[in-house]
Each structure stands twice: as structure tokens, then as C-alpha cells.
Design a protein around this ligand. Structure first.
Ligand code: UD1
Ligand code: CA
Length: 459
């Protein structure tokens, strides 16, 4: 078996983005571009993946973490120079090295695999992934000889008028014989319009040495899209969104208006799920069968059980059970866990709280730092008073308890199993199981008070 390595180029500052954020960290469908590229490469069972980082190095390393090894390119002297930085790890190793750029987020593992298969089949020493571009402006052009064989790649800024008319472009993704790659890089010069060491020059160097150089053309131009500025970033977003949404629709998800539905690349969705417009689903969220999302709901890093409805609501970093009713206008904040058949109604905020099966908070409540058992009824306007100005405390509401409307539960406090809290109570001591707790001042009625105050008032 041939060894397979990959080098991802991610050291350029990306001045054309005009951004404080490092170029390859700009997100497409909620995920940084370089993470898209690395995730696709990692599907290929590589023996080694190295990301070349430079400007903003720590942030790229924080993002990719253990998904990659790293080498630093201190000065950004060009893509050829960037690949050379990986020599310390890859020098002298036999095998195939894939080079990809951190700014081509739409590249897929399928196309990468096709390129490798082509490379092996042609017994090539270098294979370029190319694409046909309606508008090739800005890309390197693939120059072929009369026999159709690839001769070299010429950059936009170095190309003659005739060369600029060529519509076959270099996607910036390649396969190389590893040893020949690093040998050839030593012969690359920076004698060009940008004064940079161009990686594509390796093609001509290998060709001149009589080695087999090949090109594999992808039929999908979106895979080639290199994001250098925010106009291209918006194009990438649109194409990625379309790709993701179409895949879900083919798998049995109804997306009422795909143009207004934003689903991240790592979201899993079951069958017969309906998503209404204005919804955003991000992170490694899992949505099971028969769920309804939206309109206008945002779900981030959650698992959502079958048959649940999330209307006009926001949920993050939480586990939501089956047949749960959320919203309209509810907010499920991180570390919450809702059992099955729970209801979280309008203007209810839940934070770091668990709800057992069948419990309900239907209107206007804040339940934070709480453990709520099953079959509990949290009346309208109930507040868990979790914060004393310094620390957060836990409220426990045991199974089948009934909390009357407009109650304050001052934590730490426990309401026992099956207990009742009278409406309007401020509870600061534990309520025993099965008890009724009333913690409010008694009502006094002063008969005839109004007419004494205003004796001349007519009815
Ligand atoms: C490059 C290719 C061009 C191709 C296009 C595809 C070269 C010289 N040109 O052009 O043929 O059509 O990609 O999108 O390779 N980088 C470094 N260190 C550097 C310079 C760049 O790590 O010193 C990284 C960048 O962060 C980026 C990638 O390499 O992720 C490509 O660099 P970029 O400047 O975007 O090259 P293009 O001009 O797009
Ligand atoms: Ca680029």
C-alpha cells in the first residue's frame, strides 16, 4: 500500500479579505474554511496531515487541534515555499502527497479520491486538479501542449493575453510523488510578477525532467472556488448551503424554502423532518425523525428527539427529548436536558436545567440551575432565583410537584415530591413532599373603603 500524506496551505494572511480574522478561519455555513478542507482530507485515511501555518498561527492551531500536525512558515514567500516547510516531516518518505489550500472550502473527499485514483492509474509524478471556469480571472491557467498534455501552470499576473483566455484553471489542489516534490521545490525560483516561490512551477520542472505530469478535471466548478475576498466568501456560502440542503432533501427532509434555511455541514437530520424558513441549525446537531423546526428557530449543538417541535425559538448545547413542544419564543440555553413530552412555552428561558418526562413550563418563566422531575407543572411567571450576587445555587423540584403562578424559588431550595406551592409565593425554605406551601401575605378586604374616600362620587 502506498503511503498517503497531505499538506494544507494556510499561512497566508489573506489581505484581500480586509479582515482582522485570519482568512482561512472565515466560516462557510458556520465552519471555518480550513476546517472544511482538513475534514475532507481526513476522510482519506492519510498517514500524515500537516497544516502550514504562519500569520495567526495559534488561532488556526486552536481551531484544528488534533486534526492536524503543524509546521510554521515564518515569512509568506509563496505557496512553493510554504510546502517546503513540511520537508522536516516528509523528507525522504515514499508515497503520494496531496497539497490543498485552506481557502477552497467546497473541495470534497470524493473528488480528492478520484484525483488520487487518476494519479495512480496514469503512473504520474504530479497530478493537478483542474476545473473549467466561466470566468477564470485570478486563477492560475493550465497550459497544455498540442498533444493535450499539461505543460505548465501560469499565474494570472504572469500570463500573456493568449494565456489569460484559457478557461481551464488550477484549483490549487495536487497529488505529487513525495520525494520528487521536495527535490523539485529546491529548483523553484521567485523570478515572477509577484516575486514569490510558486508551487505550480514544480509542474514544469517535473515535465522538463521527462516525468509524467497529468491533470484531473472536476466537472463541478464549485469545488475549485478559492476564497480570496468577501465576494467569493458569499459565493462559497451560497454554494455550500445549496449542496447541504439538497443532500438533506434527497434524504427525506422537507425544506420549505431552501434559500432561507441555513444548515451546517455536520448536522444529521432524520426522515420526515420539516424545516420552515429562517431556521439555522449548526454544530454537530442531531435531529431525529418527524421533528418540525421553525419558522425562525436557531438550534446549535443539540440533539432533538423524534416528533419534537421547535417554533420561533433558540436552543444551544442541550439535549431535547421526543415529542417536546418548544416555543414560540422560548430560549433553551446550554447544558439543559429535556425529557420526553416536555413543554417549554412562550417566553420561557431554561438554563443548565433538566426537566423529566412530561414536565411543563408553559409561559413566562426563568428556570436556571435546576433539576425538575417528571410530571411537574411550573406555573406562569415562575422564577428560580439562582444567583445571590456571588454564586449560583441549585433548585430541585421533585416529581409531580405543582408550582403556582408567579412564584420565586430562592435557591438552594427543594420542593418535595407532589408538593404544591401557592401562587405568588416566595419560597426560601424546603417544601416537604405532599405539602402545600403558602409564602405570601394574607389578603385583607376593607369593606366600603372607596365610597368613604370619595363620598360625592356618583355611580
Ligand atoms: C493559488 C495558485 C493558483 C490557483 C489558486 C487556486 C499559486 C502561486 N497560485 O493562487 O494557481 O489557481 O491558488 O485557488 O500557488 N499560502 C501560504 N503561504 C504563502 C502563500 C500562500 O500558506 O506564502 C496559502 C494561503 O494561505 C492560501 C493558499 O496558500 O490558503 C493559496 O494562496 P493564495 O495567495 O490564496 O493563492 P492564489 O493567488 O489564490
Ligand atoms: Ca486563493
Amino acid at each position: 500500500m502506498t503511503q498517503k500524506y497531505a499538506v494544507v496551505l494556510a499561512a497566508g494572511q489573506g489581505t484581500r479579505m480586509k479582515s482582522k480574522l485570519y482568512k482561512v478561519l472565515h466560516p462557510v455555513c458556520g465552519k471555518p474554511m480550513v476546517q472544511h478542507v482538513v475534514d475532507q482530507l481526513n476522510k482519506l485515511q492519510l498517514d500524515e496531515l500537516i497544516t502550514v501555518v504562519g500569520y495567526g498561527a495559534e488561532k488556526v492551531q486552536d481551531q484544528l487541534g488534533k486534526d492536524s500536525h503543524y509546521v510554521i512558515q515564518e515569512e509568506q514567500l509563496g505557496t512553493g515555499h510554504a510546502v517546503q516547510q513540511a520537508e522536516s516531516i516528509l523528507a525522504g518518505k515514499q508515497g503520494v502527497t496531496i497539497v490543498a489550500c485552506g481557502d477552497t472550502p467546497l473541495l470534497t473527499d470524493e473528488t480528492l479520491q478520484n484525483m488520487i485514483d487518476h494519479h495512480v492509474e496514469k503512473e504520474a509524478k504530479a497530478t493537478i486538479l483542474t476545473a473549467h471556469a466561466e470566468d477564470p480571472t485570478g486563477y492560475g491557467r493550465v497550459i497544455r501542449g498540442g498533444n493535450g498534455q499539461v505543460k505548465r501552470i501560469v499565474e494570472q499576473k504572469d500570463a500573456s493575453e493568449e494565456e489569460q483566455a484559457v478557461q481551464e484553471i488550477n484549483t490549487g489542489t495536487y497529488c505529487f510523488d513525495n520525494e520528487l516534490l521536495f527535490e523539485s521545490l529546491q529548483n523553484v525560483s521567485n523570478d515572477n510578477a509577484q516575486g514569490e516561490y510558486y508551487l505550480p512551477d514544480v509542474i514544469q520542472i517535473l515535465k522538463d525532467q521527462g516525468e509524467v505530469v497529468s491533470a484531473y478535471q472536476t466537472t463541478d466548478f464549485s469545488e475549485a472556488l478559492g476564497v480570496n475576498d468577501r465576494v467569493a466568501l458569499a459565493k462559497a456560502e451560497k454554494l455550500m448551503k445549496q449542496r447541504i440542503n439538497e443532500a438533506h432533501m434527497r434524504n427525506g427532509v422537507t425544506i420549505v424554502d431552501p434559500a432561507q434555511t441555513y444548515i451546517g455541514p455536520d448536522v444529521t437530520i432524520g426522515q420526515d423532518v420539516t424545516i420552515y424558513p429562517g431556521s439555522v441549525i449548526e454544530g454537530p446537531t442531531i435531529i431525529e425523525d418527524d421533528v418540525t423546526v421553525g419558522p425562525h428557530s436557531t438550534i446549535t449543538n443539540c440533539s432533538v428527539g423524534a416528533g419534537t417541535v421547535v417554533k420561533q425559538s433558540v436552543a444551544a448545547d442541550s439535549r431535547i427529548g421526543e415529542r417536546v413542544q418548544i416555543g414560540p419564543f422560548a430560549h433553551i440555553r446550554p447544558d439543559s436536558s429535556l425529557g420526553n413530552d416536555v413543554k417549554v412555552g412562550n417566553f420561557v428561558e431554561i438554563k443548565k436545567a433538566s426537566f423529566g418526562d412530561g414536565s411543563k413550563a408553559s409561559h413566562l418563566s426563568y428556570i436556571g440551575d435546576a433539576e425538575v422531575g417528571s410530571g411537574v407543572n411550573v406555573g406562569c411567571g415562575t422564577i428560580t432565583v439562582n444567583y445571590d450576587g456571588a454564586n449560583k445555587h441549585l433548585t430541585t423540584i421533585e416529581d409531580e410537584a405543582f408550582i403556582g403562578c408567579n412564584s420565586n424559588l430562592i435557591a438552594p431550595v427543594t420542593v418535595g415530591k407532589g408538593a404544591y406551592v401557592a401562587a405568588g409565593s416566595t419560597i426560601n425554605q424546603d417544601v416537604p413532599a405532599d405539602a402545600l406551601s403558602i409564602a405570601r401575605s394574607r389578603q385583607t378586604n376593607k369593606e366600603g373603603y372607596a365610597s368613604k374616600m370619595q363620598p360625592n362620587k356618583k355611580d
